[in-house]
Design a protein around this ligand. Structure first.
Ligand code: GAP
Length: 443
């Protein structure tokens, strides 16, 4: 399948099944902003919960936080974003389209490769100018320079300015980390590729504060941990790789950066960044706020400004990787089947319950089972409409790992048919065992 076909098919399936819709669709949409529908929001929550569980709950050296999107504007001066968070923008004087100068060779223009420049014969690009990617707005009723605030372009700064608050209240000792999941905003010049590069997105970031000198060791540790997490989502190993940044690629705050890349349908691209930010951010916040942010190690009788190893992944980008990896088309007995082979732990709906026919008391048994499963927090879906084959196909497209059919035999021996989405195998399981059977496979 050609790469653009896959993206078109994914976008169409995402809409058809209620994963992702264009924002403000009835008004013709908004530039590169997307809404998560009933299935999308479940998938997104499952991804975030797995991240939180792995990064916070399963560790004793990482604390969670949830800091605000709007911050004192001095934060962004200190962080270097006001001055340096820019991309070179060029405009075609003829068609007025805008491009990132550093990506002219591979413009991600919508989902089609752009021919620009040279899209039209008289194409004429202007001089590049630096464009700051932060969204600006005003706080309070007066719209002047003194009330300018920014929508945060990363969650990290909220963790840095709260470093001592979190450390002292949790009584953590360095090394320890602060984890956050939250919205970030960037006024990207060339957003695109569906939810890959958008102007409003969600990040899951963790800042790990370490003693200077131990940073390289921790960097290796976290790189390995994060690769493991992507594998645990069920993403195929051959679609993951790492890319070490050269000196000319490093962000203004980074001494070392490695991207975890995923092979998207449009090529290898960054999914997550692991950064050694040294003491750049804490030192700058000390300088700009006039407050000391040193860590005091009373045991060792020393004080120092920690270095930071950061892990930063896009939640939406992770969803795109998970969805593209899971998308399969196959032939089943001469019929085409579209199936999302999502890991059962990630799947929005864990089980779909069908009465084979709408009579003989089967709907009542099926509804009772669906209620029981929902009561046990196993997200389940009851469906009695259409042929059983169509009901299976709908759930295959939704990525539902298990379909349970209540049929004539159920009334006789209290068993149901459990169909596995991937192997298509069907097994009979006792009604009373269904809940435990599912639990073993979705947790
Ligand atoms: N705090 C460090 C930081 O923000 P980054 O590499 O700029 O680093 C981290 O961003 C991750 O956030 C990226 O690897 C990507 O997954 C996601 N991300 C960045 N910009 C994005 C955008 N415009 N749309 C969607 N995800 C984005």
């Amino acid at each position: 399948m050609a790469e653009h076909d896959v993206m078109d098919k994914l976008v169409s399936l995402a809409k058809r099944r209620g994963f992702i819709f264009q924002s403000s669709e009835i008004y013709g949409g908004t530039g590169s902003v997307w809404d998560y529908g009933p299935l999308g929001v479940e998938l997104k929550r499952n991804v975030k919960n797995l991240w939180w569980s792995r990064m916070v709950h399963q560790r004793d050296d990482v604390e969670g936080m949830d800091t605000s999107i709007l911050m004192n504007p001095k934060v962004w001066e200190a962080s270097g974003h006001v001055e340096g968070f820019t991309d070179p923008l060029v405009e075609c004087k003829v068609c007025k389209k805008r491009f990132r100068e550093d990506q002219l060779a591979s413009q991600e223009c919508g989902r089609k490769p752009s021919k620009h420049p040279g899209e039209h014969d008289d194409c004429e690009l202007g001089e590049p100018r630096m464009f700051n990617l932060m969204f600006r707005t005003f706080m309070g009723p007066v719209e002047d320079g003194g009330s300018t605030v920014y929508l945060r372009p990363e969650t990290a700064q909220g963790s840095y300015v709260n470093f001592l608050n979190a450390q002292m209240t949790s009584r953590q000792k360095v090394p320890f980390g602060i984890a956050q999941i939250g919205k970030a905003f960037r006024n990207e010049i060339t957003p695109g590729n569906f939810i890959f590069r958008t102007r409003e997105f969600e990040q899951a970031e963790m800042q790990f504060f370490v003693k200077p000198g131990s940073d390289e060791e921790w960097f290796e540790y976290w790189l390995e941990q994060r690769m493991d997490w992507h594998r645990a989502l069920g993403v195929r190993e051959e679609n993951l790789r790492i890319h070490e940044h050269g000196a000319d690629e490093l962000a203004h705050y980074a001494r070392r950066a490695v991207d975890i890349e995923y092979r998207f349908p449009f090529g290898w691209k960054e999914l997550e960044g692991i950064h050694n930010r040294t003491d750049f951010d804490l030192a700058r916040h000390e300088e700009y706020s006039g407050k000391r942010l040193e860590y005091i190690d009373s045991g060792a009788g020393e004080r120092f400004l920690p270095y930071v190893v950061e892990t930063a992944v896009g939640v939406d980008r992770t969803l795109l990787a998970v969805l593209s990896d899971a998308y399969h088309e196959e032939d089943v007995d001469g019929d085409e089947r579209v199936v999302l082979r999502l890991d059962p732990g990630l799947a929005p709906i864990k089980a779909a319950i069908f009465p084979l026919v709408k009579k003989d008391g089967l709907p009542e048994i099926a509804r009772k089972l669906a209620d029981e499963l929902r009561g046990a927090s196993i997200n389940s879906f009851y469906d009695e409409s259409g042929s059983i084959g169509r009901r299976y196909r709908r759930q295959d497209e939704a990525g539902t790992p298990f379909c349970i059919t209540v049929d004539g035999q159920t009334a006789e021996d209290q068993t149901v048919t459990l169909r596995d989405r991937d192997s298509l195998e069907q097994t009979r399981v006792e009604l009373s065992q269904v809940r435990g059977w599912l639990r073993d496979r979705i947790d």
